[in-house]
Design a protein around this ligand. Structure first.
Ligand SMILES: NC(=O)c1ccc[n+]([C@@H]2O[C@H](COP(=O)([O-])OP(=O)(O)OC[C@H]3O[C@@H](n4cnc5c(N)ncnc54)[C@H](OP(=O)(O)O)[C@@H]3O)[C@@H](O)[C@H]2O)c1
Length: 323
């Protein structure tokens, strides 16, 4: 495993982070047993992963808590989240703190390393800053969590409007945002500020549906060609990103997707979500490989650098999964 300093938090984190949400939710999304999901966490730790990202909304905090039994707490970086939604209203500080307390209980720990507000839309940011952040900082002082973070709602915020504000505000020590081969605008919109301010960055939507389901990619490319956003010949290809897979290049589309993101300047941790033990191994191996050949990386930027919002589905929002 490779480890990096997580911005101004000073934490040493693995470049591959285990995501416990998304479609897989450690296999819970596919009806796997708790023991199966615990094994996914343990296997990741055995392979050197020390950053685990979960959330009150995922239903996987208790699994993570059980999986971490016997693992020295100071070797792990545990990140979780609280929702900011209470029906159609903004959650109160009391509700968010109750969520924090419940997370501590389910995770069976005295402190959370990175406590994040989950999926904050741009229109809620001012109220989050005014109503939620000050009381949360008092909880931080009590030692319930070490670093404050925020995640964007990528499917609803393609231009990182929330992140553009968060990345400039020193109160946030950690951010989570969407970045992938066909949604690269964080390079201009977010990373310059996170780098300047030493904000830790967690990447999501790196593979999701688009780079794990060939039909989904083909259909998306056809739509983008029809909208005039991609060259016409790409609509005819069986694998429109097949040019990435060759001797000395990527081994698969997921391999290309994880490597593309890992080596982007400004990226600290690439989150991978899976319920499949074999994918734990292949994904970590991909994240640890060198960058894609320069010509392939340049081609991805030339072809897709102008695209915005591609591959950012809400959980279970892919055509294949809906069948
Ligand atoms: N707003 C937010 O706060 C927010 C939103 C989204 C995500 N997240 C966080 O980011 C994490 C990562 O996002 P994600 O879950 O979408 O992860 P991802 O790594 O981008 O994509 C995971 C998807 O790809 C599949 N997959 C993974 N490895 C594969 C492989 N080697 N070959 C083929 N298919 C593969 C998985 O299915 P299998 O189970 O079959 O492997 C799953 O459907 C989440 O778990 C969560 O922690 C946060």
């Amino acid at each position: 495993m490779d480890y990096v300093t997580y911005g101004k938090t000073g934490l040493k984190v693995s470049v591959a982070g285990l995501g416990c949400g998304g479609n897989s939710r450690l296999g819970q999304g596919q009806g796997k047993s708790e023991a199966h999901s615990i094994d996914i966490v343990r296997k990741s730790i055995d392979l050197g992963v020390n950053l685990i990202d979960t959330a009150s909304a995922y239903g996987t905090e208790a699994i993570v808590g059980k999986a971490l039994k016997g693992v020295p707490r100071d070797k792990m970086v545990v990140a979780t989240k609280a929702t900011i939604r209470s029906g159609s209203e903004l959650s109160s500080a009391k509700e968010v703190i109750a969520s924090l307390d419940k997370s501590l209980k389910l995770l069976q720990t005295d402190y959370i390393d990175v406590f994040q507000l989950h999926a904050v839309p741009p229109g809620r940011y001012d109220r989050v800053m005014k109503e939620l952040v000050p009381p949360l900082l008092r909880e931080k002082e009590k030692g319930k969590f070490r670093h404050l973070g925020l995640t964007e709602t990528s499917p609803n915020d393609h231009n990182h409007e929330t992140m553009q504000r968060v990345a400039k505000d020193p109160v946030w020590e950690s951010v989570m945002l969407g970045f992938n081969m066909m949604h690269q605008n964080a390079r201009q919109l977010v990373f310059p500020d996170t780098i300047a301010n030493g904000t830790g960055t967690l990447m999501m939507f790196v593979v999701r549906n688009i780079f794990s389901q060939p039909d989904y990619l083909r259909n998306t490319v056809k739509e983008l060609v029809a909208e005039g956003k991609l060259p016409a010949e790409m609509a005819k290809a069986d694998n429109p990103l097949g040019f990435l897979i060759h001797e000395g290049g990527a081994a698969s589309l997921t391999d290309a997707a994880y490597r593309f993101v890992r080596h982007e300047p400004g990226v600290h941790v690439v989150l991978f979500g899976t319920g499949n033990p074999a994918h734990v191994e292949t994904n970590i191996a991909s994240i640890l490989k060198p960058p894609l050949p320069k010509a392939d990386g340049d081609k991805l930027t030339a072809l897709f650098g102008h695209l915005v919002g591609v591959g950012l589905d809400l959980p279970d929002n892919s055509p294949q999964r809906k069948k």
